[in-house]
Ligand binder design. Structure first.
Ligand code: EPZ
Length: 416
């Protein structure tokens, strides 16, 4: 089992290029199912989750070919509209096949995603939306079974903002008969990136990026060439690591327009942040000040950055309140950070982080993707060696992170 070994205490410095966004690439890969013409996608990150999604598509009969510049997907001969338990249990985002399969093939069988480390994560809103569009949906032997001769446009209100729910229904609606209105839709940049890819394929969508998305269904979609946006959570993770170590870094190919909430909080913590075009420069000339955050749907502060900011606050001056409002069990990293000497109390969905002068290296365990990123940041700050177990969690969302942090001066290595 691979682990990460980190010797902390080095302020990060230098330049790093931000990779393509995992949470945009995954839905965009499934969009290939909507058309019989090839889809060419560039800037797809080299991640375990992306490999799992390609495996899932290939299992359905999609032809996939990857080269240096991107991925070619050809869904002209899909034979088996099924997302099996074996793959869905490793990656919940497989549920994103449900909408496209039902819309194009009139049938889909997708294993019902179970809960995960960060919460129960139901998909009831995905199902309710498809039913509103006229699909017959049943849960049978652990599988969601959806059937529809042709989906019909509908007004769909989602009482909770859901990112993949919005994406699934937007894809389904793009081939439905008539107009669909998605109300209380997610406004995340990844939803907008998917909408732009669908529009490049011939879909008629407006309002993406607002809480009301309108989709005029079409008979069929074409192929397209599309480039995935850069990853705002990866960018935020590098910036938080630089701030926590008192370093100065430059990010290139960064999705600057979608980093407002993150940069705002880093400035509040005392970082000097300059942006120009797709470049972000951050310098942390002093010890960070504690900064309180409350997670919320976009454009609020992203839940996928909550753990990294808890790590930053562990060594900041003062006490921070970090409130998690999206997922009910997303403080698994707190117990592990305490092993490094962090002082954190949890009350309900708020963590009270009392900054300490120093952390000390220890063995810790990753429990989910972003929790593992917070342990990496704490390890970069801690004195001595920190060893992180179960780093397969990290590989799901960060491409070769130890190499890129190593180029910023970190003393970090993957060890078996
Ligand atoms: C997406 O998950 C992201 N994953 C998550 O990133 C991210 O944390 C999350 O959005 C919130 O920003 C991908 O895009 C692949 P939701 P998603 O549906 O779509 C409740 C990472 O670290 N809900 O927006 O699964 C749900 O329980 C991952 O990269 C329902 O009640 O999240 C949660 O409390 C982790 N019923 C809330 O909505 C539903 O049908 C938001 O979840 C759907 C969701």
């Amino acid at each position: 089992m691979q682990k990460l070994s980190i010797h902390g205490g080095v302020p990060l410095s230098g330049e790093v290029r931000v990779a393509g966004a995992k949470n945009a690439a995954l839905p965009i890969l499934t969009a290939a199912l909507l058309s019989a013409s090839p889809l060419r996608i560039a800037n797809v990150p080299n991640l375990n989750d992306v490999r799992t999604m390609i495996q899932l598509l290939q299992r359905m009969g999609v032809k996939a070919r990857r080269d240096q510049r991107g991925i070619d997907l050809d869904a002209s001969s899909v034979t088996d509209p099924v997302a099996p338990y074996e793959l869905v249990k490793t990656m919940r985002a497989s549920v994103l096949a449900l909408g496209p399969l039902t819309a194009r093939f009139g049938e889909a069988r997708v294993s019902l995603p179970g809960g995960c480390a960060i919460g129960e994560r139901p998909v009831d809103l995905h199902i309710k939306g498809l039913e509103a569009m006229g699909a017959e949906v049943s849960i049978d032997a652990g599988y969601i079974h959806a059937r529809a001769k042709r989906l019909k446009g509908a007004r769909v209100f989602m009482d909770t903002v859901t990112v993949t729910g919005t994406e699934n229904l937007m894809m389904a609606a793009s081939l439905a008969e008539g107009e669909t209105v998605l109300e209380n839709a997610a406004r995340e940049p990844e939803v907008v990136d998917l909408a732009r890819c669908l529009i490049a394929m011939g879909a008629r969508i407006r309002g993406h990026g607002t809480d009301e998305i309108v989709v005029e269904g079409v008979e069929r979609l074409n192929g397209a060439d599309y480039t995935v946006m850069a990853d705002r959570i990866e960018a935020g993770t590098f910036l938080a690591a630089a701030a926590a170590t008192g370093g100065s870094v430059t990010l290139t190919h960064a999705p600057v327009e979608s980093l407002d909430a993150i940069i705002d909080k880093l400035r509040e913590a005392g970082a000097e942040v300059k942006t120009s075009g797709d470049t972000v420069r951050l310098a942390m000339p002093r010890r960070a000040r504690s900064v309180s955050v409350r997670t919320a749907p976009y454009p609020g502060f992203p839940t996928d950055m909550q753990a990294q900011f808890i790590a930053l606050n562990c060594v900041a001056e003062g006490t921070a309140f970090v409130t998690e409002t999206i997922f009910e069990n997303r403080f698994m990293h707190v117990q592990e950070l305490r092993r490094l000497g962090a002082r954190i109390e949890i009350e309900g969905n708020t963590a009270f982080v009392h900054g300490v002068d120093r952390l000390a290296g220890a063995r810790v365990m990753a429990t989910d993707l972003r929790a593992s990123a917070s342990l990496v940041i704490a390890g970069l700050v801690a004195e001595g060696e920190t060893v992180i177990d179960r780093i397969y969690h990290l590989d799901r969302g960060y491409e070769r992170i130890e190499e890129r942090l190593g180029r910023l001066g970190a003393r970090i290595a993957r060890v078996s």
